[in-house]
Structures are given as structure tokens and as C-alpha cells.
Ligand binder design. Sequence first.
Ligand SMILES: [Zn+2]
Length: 244
Amino acid sequence: MMELEEHIKSLAKRAKSRVGNVIVAYEVKKWPEGRLEQLLKMRVLRSLPDADEIRCPGCTKRHMIVPIRTILPNGDSYSEHLCSKEGLIPIPEFLFKRWEIVTEEESPKDEANKKSVKPLNVRVGSIVIKHPKANSEEIAKLVGSTDGSVRTTLAWTMRKQLRQRYDTKKGWKDSEGSMDAYSEEIQAEHWDIYNMFQDYKSGKNPDYPSIVRIAEKLKVKEARAKEFLKQAKSMLEFEADKID
Ligand SMILES: [Zn+2]
């Protein structure tokens, strides 16, 4: 197997190729021990939310399957798949893991984003879900703004909805009310997507927010846009039924 330096170079090259920038668990299994952790620490890779669909580990056909995943009340989960060749097989949780190669163009921008102050709406959104009892005056203090400004944000007008969809222990619920596997903070990208759908619905923008258009707007790759859309739907609940 490749040395670290060579490995990083090949990942950068691959991210630009048609193979794409998503790394799946099968690939990582072939890497030397500790390599994944090393690459994550160096920010060559970053974690993506788990995949729904994986290659069948039970047989040699390598077909794509959607295993049945059971999440226990304590947060642990296990998965199984009924393979036509091998019968019922357990699916190791590791196989759902995915990572993304961080490309050179986007890493300086990411750094800048982390340092810059988040928009007021995003800050209000985070407080609304984490401190469900806070009023606009208290929120204003926490986000370093005024009562009046807090009340003009979309997050404030949607506070009831946000609180219903967020559990301080478990994270966000999906549209069916079951708990999703992530507990990420509400981000500017989620609101951008929400606004795109509102503009479409109100007729302000007649173009449907397709994945391509969302990716363009957020300046991210389509795979990332899909993840953001999925999260935004869980957090902010809106119709996006034309998108698969
Ligand atoms: Zn199979």
C-alpha cells in the first residue's frame, strides 16, 4: 500500500477525476491501519452522513442493497439484509460510513467560513433549538443582537416548528418523526435551501430548486448539495417532492 504522501496525492487527483470525491468503507478497509484517522486529522478527508445504500457484503454479486437498519432506544443500531444467495446476513455498521476528499479549492474557503461570524438567522436558529424556553430578549443577549432584530429573523418566526423537530439529546427528527442519525447545527446552507423552495412556491422564482441549482447556489458538489437538502428537510420541513 501507498505511503502517506503518495496517498494524499492520489486522493487529490481522484477527487478531480470521474471517480469522484466520495470514499466508501470498502475502500478504507484496504488501507493501512490508522490511515483513515490520519487523513481525517490532516483534513484531507471529512466524514459524510452514513450511506443508505451499500454493496452487498454477503455474496460475490456485489449488488447494491438497502439494509434494514434498527436503531435501539440507547442510540446503538444494527443492520441486516436478506441476500438472495446467502440468506439473512448481519451488516457491520462500518460499511455505512462514507468520507469526502476535501479539495484544494474549497479548503481555504472552509477556513474563512469557520472564522467569520454566522448570519443572525443561523445564530438565532441554534439558540432557539438549544434553549427552547428563551424569549427574544434572552436570545438577543446570547447572539449579541437586539430584541427587535431577533424578531425579524426567519428562525424566530419558525421557532415553534424548529423546537418540535429538534430533541436536545437526540438531534433532528425526519419528516416521519423518527430521529435522524445526525445532530448537526443548523447552518446557513440549510436556510438557503429553504429560501429557494419558498421563492419557488411563492412564484418569485419559477425555476424549481433542483440538485444542480442547489449545488450552484451553495457552491458545493452535487453529492454535498443532496446531503444539505436532506438535512434541511429534516430541520425546516418543506415540500421537495419533485426531488428523488
Ligand atoms: Zn447479495
